[in-house]
Structures are given as structure tokens and as C-alpha cells.
Design a protein around this ligand. Structure first.
Ligand code: 1GP
Length: 259
């Protein structure tokens, strides 16, 4: 019998083999269930590697659960909860980013919610993937909700110090978040400095990534995982835009491996 790899192993193996991974973020608050089948079909056709589910303001646990059930009826891609609070913890996902918002000013978002969520994660037998979450630049809704002190785009050394601290704390995935719908994505220069200073960290980059060229530059700069949400949710040109983004993520990943 072959054991199915954990979601963490799936991501790490893909990053090792293909140089990079693309994840699609779906916010249950923005997407009615009847739109899901078409969205899932498009993101699969585009070649996205997995689905994250979450949003800054979602509090409806029942809807979160039905939303994930509908996703799972339409795909075998791994589904990872991207929680904004304890109400995001539901049993039917494959894994949960067990995350700490390191640059929050409120201890609730650093360790408090995690303490409340941990027994539920165990009860539901969810795979917990440890993640350091850092909000950068304008930060958008997530910075407001998470009481974060967003790190300025021109201070990569602060982000790198956080990433290194996260690594020393045992959190091997670090998410550089510009905020969903941000007008400016995390700059590639920041990604490369973080990767140089904390090379063993698996770097996830998201927020404001809307085109293939940007995604490619971020992967070449050192991003291991690119997350896009707004593009996946929009109806206009979704399939074309997603195909271009995923293709550029994969091509840049292969180039990075060969370097
Ligand atoms: C938000 O980084 C993600 O958490 C995705 O951002 O919606 O801007 O793609 P976008």
C-alpha cells in the first residue's frame, strides 16, 4: 500500500521537483456556491497546484464547511484552510495553515487564536502546517483585522529578520502578504533579500499579483509558492490570466532549478 503524502510533503516535493508552486485562494465571502464548479474547473485546467480557502472577514463556520465540501466534490487538489480566526477551523479540509501573524500588535493573532484552535485541529485530525504570516506594504483588510503593523516595502531587512526568526522558531513556511487586491505586490527585491538571509525558508508570496511577468519575477527572486486570489475570483479572462500566471510560475521554477 502506498501512503498518500501529506499536503506539506506534496508542496515541498513539488517545489523540489518543479522549482515553484501555484496556489489559488478562494474567499467564501466573495463566491456563491453555484460559481464554484466553473472556477474549480478553470483553475485545474490552468494547472494550479492547490486551493487555499479563507478571507479576512469570514465568520460563518457552516458556510466555510459547505464551501469546502463543494470544492472537494469538484477536484482532488489539496484544500488548505487559510484561517482568519478560530471560526475558520472546519473538519473537511486536507490541511490548515497553522499560522501566526508575527507582525501583529495584538497577542491574540500571534498565539491566542492558535491556543483556542489547536484542540479543534486535533479533534478534526487536520494536518497543521506551521506558517509565519507577515503583512507588508498597504496590508489591506487583513492588516486592519489582524491589528498588524505592516512592514514598509522599502524595509526588506525587517522582513528578512522576521523570516529568520520564524525559521529559528521552527516555522519553515513564511508568507509575505501584501493584502488581497493590493495595488502593489511584494517587490521582487524584497523577496530576494529575504531568501538570501533566510535561504531555508519556504517563501510564499501573495497579494496584488495579477500578471505572468510579475509572478515570474517573484519566483526568480526566490518565491517558492505564488498565491493568487482576486484573479481566480474574477470572471473576466480568468482562465486565460490564470493559465499565463501558472505557466510563468512553472517556467520560472524550472529556470531557477537549473541555475
Ligand atoms: C491574499 O495573497 C492573497 O491573501 C491573494 O491576493 O487577491 O490580490 O491575489 P490577491
Amino acid at each position: 500500500m502506498t501512503l498518500k503524502p501529506s499536503v506539506k510533503e506534496y508542496l515541498i516535493n513539488k517545489i523540489r521537483r518543479e522549482g515553484s508552486v501555484h496556489l489559488s485562494l478562494l474567499d467564501p465571502e466573495d463566491i456563491p456556491l453555484n460559481r464554484l464548479p466553473k472556477i474549480i474547473s478553470d483553475l485545474q485546467e490552468a494547472g494550479s497546484d492547490g486551493i487555499m480557502v479563507g478571507g479576512s472577514t469570514l465568520v460563518d463556520q457552516e458556510y466555510m464547511r459547505s464551501f469546502i465540501s463543494s470544492i472537494k466534490e469538484n477536484t482532488n487538489l489539496p484544500v488548505i484552510i487559510f484561517p482568519n480566526n478560530i471560526t475558520s477551523v472546519v473538519p473537511n479540509a486536507d490541511a490548515i495553515w497553522f499560522m501566526s501573524l508575527l507582525n501583529s500588535t495584538n497577542p491574540y493573532y500571534i498565539t491566542g487564536a492558535q491556543m483556542l484552535a489547536a484542540p479543534l485541529v486535533k479533534k478534526y485530525n487536520l494536518e497543521a502546517i506551521s506558517l509565519a504570516y507577515l503583512i507588508i506594504g498597504e496590508g489591506k483588510a487583513v492588516a486592519f483585522i489582524g491589528d498588524a503593523k505592516p512592514i514598509p516595502f522599502d524595509k526588506p531587512e525587517i522582513v528578512a529578520a522576521y523570516a529568520l526568526a520564524a525559521y529559528y522558531l521552527g516555522m519553515h513556511f513564511v508568507y509575505l502578504e501584501a493584502g488581497s487586491g493590493a495595488s502593489q505586490h511584494v517587490p521582487p527585491e524584497m523577496v530576494s533579500i529575504v531568501k538570501r538571509i533566510a535561504p531555508k525558508v519556504m517563501l510564499i508570496v501573495g497579494g496584488g499579483i495579477r500578471d505572468a511577468k510579475t509572478a515570474s519575477k517573484l519566483v526568480m527572486a526566490g518565491a517558492d509558492i505564488i498565491v493568487t486570489g482576486t484573479i481566480v475570483e474574477s470572471d473576466a479572462n480568468r482562465l486565460t490570466s490564470l493559465k499565463e500566471i501558472v505557466k510563468s510560475v512553472k517556467e520560472a521554477g524550472m529556470r531557477k532549478i537549473k541555475c
